[in-house]
Design a protein. Structure first.
Length: 152
């Protein structure tokens, strides 16, 4: 599936953490190359773990899903995502990964601070997202699934 991004596109995705599903806006105007890369991986299904270095966030290592040694340029990159922001990182300091903030977060790895590109923003039920994030902290790994919403 090919998508051309413009400032007027209103693509949405569904982000599932275990059985909990959230609707998210694709941030194509803020990070067009990163959004194209993410959409190229969809539907994505992987393991999500608590992000021990980053605070109130969960992360999913992209591993074999990510193409070779591909990297992404910084596009409105941030190390302080807001709750509900999903960042895509593919740089030189750490492995390619997705980070999803559910509370106070400073994106980092064992090699230090990281900056990720904002590719999705969950727009609803941030209280439920925080509950799910805390449950992953307490219980361990869960599943992450990201797919384009049917009306996109």
């Amino acid at each position: 599936m090919s998508h051309h991004f413009s400032g007027t596109d209103a693509l949405h995705a569904t982000v599932s953490l275990g059985p909990s599903r959230f609707r998210a806006r694709v941030e194509s105007a803020r990070a067009p190359a990163s959004c194209r890369a993410l959409i190229g991986l969809l539907p994505y299904c992987g393991t999500v773990l608590h992000a021990r270095w980053s605070g109130e966030a969960v992360w999913s290592p992209l591993g074999a899903a990510w193409p070779g040694n591909a990297t992404l340029p910084e596009e409105n990159a941030t190390g302080r995502p807001r709750p509900g922001q999903l960042l895509l990182y593919a740089g030189y300091q750490s492995e390619p990964e997705i980070l999803l903030a559910y509370g106070e977060t400073r994106f980092a790895s064992n090699s230090g601070p990281l900056l990720g590109n904002p590719v999705l923003t969950i727009l609803e039920r941030l209280d439920e997202l925080a509950r799910v994030g805390r449950a992953i902290l307490e219980s361990g790994a869960s599943t992450l699934r990201i797919e384009l919403a049917p009306n996109s």
